[in-house]
Ligand binder design. Structure first.
Ligand code: PLP
Length: 565
């Protein structure tokens, strides 16, 4: 007789989703991860629904002005292809009833993505879903009410049965408050309602910097109606005072996870002082292979063919794109090093330029070319200054440094497969995981990286990439800068450049090793399996037995790649 299997049914909450370029409702890594996870769950046929917000103006479209300073534009997107379910739900914001439409993206297998929307004719509350991470705390709290409280109400309105509520980052924590409120409305005590809710929730934290974890004043939360009928005592039991979204999520979950092994250590140390939380384990991020791996690279890798030919095709596409957008004429036979990140100080986009005596001859002599891309948050002048500096380098080194404006999934896709080397040099330990390097690795684009985030489990030096020897986290910022800059030049000049020009055989071996190292281990498929095995199963443990998800027929299992012909 066949064993009855029951997989937990999951509702996944996230403020942003990076799925495709027609639906720009993401800002960066968090959204891309959420999008990749939904796609992988769809490929694996897992019972999951996604919950998010339909942002009218996404994050920003960012272009470069005459003076090199980035400026922001916010086009209105036409989201006609996002279905209107005809269902509406209501939440309270500042004591007023807000009606939200429930809209639907159903392109990803059996995994629907429901998006809440207050931006429709006749709505007074269009401002809530107007702009991702736009506005101040007033807007943010309203958005969090929508995502969390609204998210639970939409699941109820659609009659969707859920075993596990997964909060991807603290933004969704008010969903926990709504789950508690529901149970209290069923006449449970706060204490019992909390403990029961805790057995339904898992939480992923992404923020390794204390200050990056969002806090709100109780006064403002109450005034915004985020209390959702809780009292001050109850809310501060959960999130402290001021109300810390991450702390609250840690106290409303069965288990939480950090997004790489190294981040796990950082997160556990960071939250050690908070009592009564779920344990924090590590599940390293992964990326959706069919989205990010160049199909020709995939085929060449699988069949053991030369990787250079498809690599050069990807490189030419990138060079053509750069020429079209910047007039730069990059040399396909010379080394291209890529770097695309959000413009945040800790990512140190400009590190490589900090010793002109070393870098100038490399760039002028044509031995090395650099391509950058990235956006700054619209209100972040420090980030914009970083971008302006990169643009100045682009102007100074006309055909050897390129800055591509308006970083998005399309540009990311061209870069992570079209460069030769992918550079990553954040300050440690501030990068929770990083995923662009995984995308590069699975295209045979070799990582040149400090050891932080996913890199601690990824490339091996001289075999599948290069590591800047990790003098670990103990040294202060000033010394990290000096140390990493010297290490970067040393590896570039003594290893990367000679291998590229003098030892093409080794380079190809490294490309193959890089793909081999990454394409299962850093895939979203592996990540989705771990979420089921290590998180969702824990929730289900005192319910029905769970069978490993890889016992379910899977579309993308084994050799069958969606691009394979
Ligand atoms: C992959 C990706 C990111 C995340 O990259 P990190 O290495 O984590 O900074 C951000 N934005 C876009 C468009 C991406 O494709």
């Amino acid at each position: 007789m066949q064993q009855q299997t029951k997989l937990p049914k999951v509702a996944y909450f996230c403020m942003e989703y990076g799925l495709n370029s027609r639906l720009p409702i993401y800002a960066g890594g968090l959204g891309i991860l959420a999008g990749d996870f939904l796609k992988a769950a769809g490929d694996l046929n897992l019972p999951m629904v996604g919950i998010g917000i339909l942002w009218r103006h996404d994050y920003t479209e960012q272009f470069i002005g005459e003076d090199g300073w980035p400026y922001d534009v916010y086009p209105n997107y036409d989201y006609d292809f996002v279905k209107d379910t005809g269902i509406t739900i209501k939440v309270d914001v500042e004591g007023k009833e807000v009606v939200c439409k429930v809209r639907l993206v159903d392109q990803y297998g059996n995994v629907p993505l429901y998006l809440l929307d207050t931006n429709f004719p006749g709505s007074e509350f269009g401002w809530i879903t107007n702009k991702l991470y736009g506005g101040g705390t007033h807007e943010r709290i309203a958005q969090e009410i929508l995502l969390g409280i609204g998210g639970i109400r939409l699941l109820r309105a659609l009659n969707i049965d859920v075993d596990v509520f997964h909060f991807n980052e603290g933004h969704a924590v008010l969903a926990g408050i709504e789950l508690i409120r529901e149970k209290m409305a069923d006449s449970l005590s706060f204490e019992d309602a909390w403990q029961m809710t805790r057995r339904q929730v898992v939480f992923t934290t992404h923020t390794p910097v204390e200050a990056g974890n969002e806090k709100h004043s109780h006064e403002q939360l109450q005034q915004m109606s985020a209390y959702n009928s809780m009292t001050y005592e109850q809310m501060s039991r959960l999130g402290g005072d001021p109300f810390n979204m991450t702390e609250a999520a840690l106290r409303i979950c069965t288990v939480a996870n950090a997004v790489s092994n190294l981040h796990g250590h950082t997160a556990r140390a960071m939250w050690r002082h908070v009592a009564d939380t779920g344990p924090i384990i590590s599940i390293t991020n992964g990326v959706h292979l069919p989205t990010w791996q160049y199909p020709k690279i995939h085929r060449a890798f699988k069949s053991g063919d030369d990787l250079w030919k498809p690599h050069m095709e990807a490189k030419m596409e990138l060079i053509d794109f750069a020429r079209k957008h910047t007039d730069a004429e990059l040399n396909p036979n010379a080394l291209i090093v890529g770097f695309a990140r959000r413009a945040a100080g800790y990512k140190r986009s400009d590190l490589i330029f900090r010793n002109t005596e070393v870098i100038d001859p490399l760039l002028k002599g044509g031995k090395m070319q650099l391509i950058f891309s990235g956006k700054a948050h619209p209100n972040d002048n420090e980030g914009k200054r970083i971008i302006q500096d990169l643009v100045m380098m682009d102007r100074k080194y006309k055909d050897s440094v390129v800055f591509l404006e308006n970083y998005n999934m399309e540009i990311a896709r061209l870069l992570i497969r079209g460069c030769d080397v992918w550079l990553n040099n954040p300050m440690r330990p501030l990068e929770a995981s990083g995923t662009s390097g995984m995308k590069a690795a699975m295209n045979g684009v070799l990582n040149l990286s400090v050891v932080d985030g996913w890199v601690g489990e990824g490339p091996q030096h001289g075999i599948s990439g290069w590591l800047l020897d990790a003098h670990h986290n103990e040294i202060d910022a000033q010394h990290q800068n000096m140390h990493d800059l010297n290490a970067l030049y040393k590896v570039l000049i003594n290893e990367v450049i000679p291998t590229f020009y003098d030892n093409p055989e080794s380079w190809r071996d490294m490309m193959r090793a890089s793909i081999d190292m990454s394409h299962f281990k850093f895939s979203a498929t592996r990540m989705a399996r771990e979420y089921y095995e290590l998180m969702y199963r824990r929730v289900m443990d005192n319910q029905d037995a769970v069978t490993a998800p890889w016992m379910v027929p899977m579309r993308s299992r084994g050799e069958q790649h969606p691009y394979a012909t």
